[in-house]
Design a binder for this molecule. Structure first.
Ligand SMILES: Cc1cc2nc3c(=O)[nH]c(=O)nc-3n(C[C@H](O)[C@H](O)[C@H](O)COP(=O)(O)OP(=O)(O)OC[C@H]3O[C@@H](n4cnc5c(N)ncnc54)[C@H](O)[C@@H]3O)c2cc1C
Length: 530
């Protein structure tokens, strides 16, 4: 890599950087992705994990954004059916709410019209008796009825990011995690190279590139400052927090989209990963992005509002398994309510600063593929190259192939002890058809084909696969962003020692490195507790 001149260097391996890398590599560009942490360790992991049109955006007249998002929802269901699944959402309607029945109905009709071509059902309106029959735990006082509609959910956004990077890698891209960009070198008003530091080896490195895409999410401004000290601020991030709780008394079967009584903001209560994901908040953020955490006040707000809609729940801080928070990389707007800041993305060219430099402002999980297509079209013009047409609308992500074969293979797999049916579903939900690669990677090694947890859902081979094939470098990567155990109610804690031992063997970690990895993982898990 030392002498190589890349067509494009992408800074950031969140959903946007990863999507751009895949598209660019599939169109034949020589691509390098540089990420300071692990993949999907920034905003993309702090989202509500919905692939949605954004019903709320209709209130702000953002019809093109809703149309684009709903179209992308169809595309993502097609190219990643193992990761993106339909989700039924209910909006309860109360007499005292700011948004009345007719406004909600109008929104529902617009949503249906804008999602033309979808495979899920249109919305339905329910009267009070009907909604109480299906969701008896709902608060009854002032309840008029409800609206029901479909959106989609990506349970593990981390895996969506990973699969984009794996596809990019297969198409020839280089992916460097734990590499921080420290300088964008510009000569004669043209981007030439990036200075980086390999944070694990503490070694500097220079990467030459004809163009640079700054896909650093909420860090976009700090990356621009690496090119020029007085670069104008583009991002006006807003912080959003979530809490995760277990099943509670009166808990809903559907996801709920509820208007908060305190401030009229809508928030979600979503069945997710055998728990409930509740969020989000929305407040302007200024501060150190590395230390963004949910606060007790935010958790209290979400708990109080949830208890109001589901009165038997009686949730308190003690019921919160863990929390997470992130900063939306929104375009800067210093005045006006946070919720009214546009969620549309902007692909910004820095003509005055340097030729060959683009920054991504905004962009949702839902619309990443389209954003990537537009960015690579812009790159083609910047580089003066005629590239083949974008293929990501129709090309499946790696885990979307051979899902049925993978299921059959897992069902007939002889592991010690036998994989449970929950284990089969877990592996399909994480790897999709790539579960076949996982099993083949173990070869005939029975030790690697053993279940390591009490419920017989996790295989030893997964840790080795994460480190050797799926770009994991640390135990936190393995637990939180590959095996997805960190997002369980117990944060995967009972398995830390067993997985550390397998990882140490696979990655040749000595005892001291193993202890450091376990300590870092435990600190990280503790930091998510309130
Ligand atoms: C609370 C909340 C809820 C949301 N819910 C949804 C939702 O339900 N559906 C939806 O579609 N969207 C949702 N979004 C929006 C969506 O999550 C984000 O807009 C999107 O994930 C941004 O992705 P990104 O790749 O631009 O940024 P990020 O995911 O933040 O990635 C940027 C990466 O750049 C890296 N980086 C920064 N500086 C450097 C450097 N110097 N060198 C190398 N790497 C660097 C960072 O480490 C980071 O990993 C939500 C956002 C929030 C905050």
């Amino acid at each position: 890599m030392a002498d190589e001149l890349f067509d494009v260097a992408i800074i950031g391996a969140g959903i946007n950087g990863s999507g751009i890398a895949r598209d660019a590599a599939l169109r034949g560009l020589r691509v390098v992705v540089i990420e300071q942490d692990d993949l999907c360790s920034g905003t993309s992991a702090a989202s509500s994990r919905l692939i949605h049109g954004g019903l709320r955006y209709l209130e702000f007249g953002e019809f093109p954004l809703v149309f684009e998002s709903l179209r992308e929802r169809i595309v993502l269901r097609r190219i990643a059916p193992h990761l993106v699944k339909p989700l039924r959402i209910t909006i309860p309607i109360y007499a005292s709410a700011r948004r009345g029945k007719w406004l909600i109905r109008l929104g529902m009709i617009a949503y249906d019209l804008l999602s033309i071509g979808k495979s899920v059902a249109n919305h339905e309106m329910l009267d009070r008796a009907e909604i109480l029959a299906s969701e008896p735990g709902l608060a009854k006082d002032g309840l008029i009825g409800a609206a029901r509609y479909f959106d989609a959910q990506v349970e593990f956004a981390e895996r969506l990011v990973l699969e984009n990077l794996l596809a990019a890698e297969s198409a020839g891209a280089e992916i460097l995690t734990y590499h921080r960009v420290t300088r964008i070198n510009i000569e004669a008003a043209q981007v030439r190279s990036l200075d980086c530091i390999d944070l694990l080896l503490q070694q500097p490195r220079q990467i030459a590139a004809k163009s640079v895409v700054n896909a650093a999410g909420p860090w976009v401004d700090s990356v621009l400052a690496l090119a020029r000290d007085d670069a104008r601020r583009l991002i006006g991030g807003t912080k959003g927090s979530h809490i995760v709780v277990g099943a509670f008394a009166g808990a809903p079967r559907d996801a709920f989209y509820v208007e908060a009584a305190m401030d009229g903001r809508p928030f979600f209560i979503i069945p997710w990963n055998d728990q409930y994901l509740i969020g989000t908040t929305d407040s302007r953020f200024v501060g150190d992005l590395a230390t963004v955490r949910a606060t007790r006040d935010e958790a209290d707000y979400l708990l109080t509002e949830t208890n109001r809609v589901f009165p038997q729940a009686n949730l308190s801080i003690a019921d919160v398994h863990y929390s997470y928070a992130g900063v939306r990389p929104l375009p800067r707007r210093d005045r006006g309510p946070e919720s009214s800041i546009t969620r549309r993305h902007i692909i910004r060219r820095h003509r005055k600063l340097a030729r060959g430099l683009l920054s991504i402002i905004g962009g949702k999980l839902t619309t990443y593929r389209n954003l990537a297509e537009q960015t690579v079209d812009r790159l083609a013009r910047l580089l003066g190259r005629k590239l083949p047409a974008c293929r990501t609308r129709a090309t499946l992500l790696p885990g979307a192939y051979r899902i049925d074969t993978a299921r059959a293979k897992l069902l007939s797999l002889s592991t010690e002890p036998p994989l449970s049916s929950a284990g089969v579903e877990r592996l399909l939900g994480i790897y999709g058809g790539r579960a076949i690669d996982l099993i083949e990677f173990a070869g005939t090694d029975r030790q690697l084909l053993r279940c390591i947890d009490a419920d017989n859902t996790v295989l030893a081979i997964e840790t080795v696969f994460a480190l050797r094939v799926e770009m994991a470098r640390t135990l936190i990567d393995v637990i939180y962003r590959r095996l997805m155990l960190g997002l369980r109610a117990d944060q995967g804690r009972p398995l830390y020692a067993a997985i550390a031992a397998i990882a140490a063997n696979a990655a040749s970690w000595d005892d001291s490195r193993q202890a450091i990895e376990i300590a870092a993982l435990t600190d990280y898990s503790n930091s998510l507790r309130l």
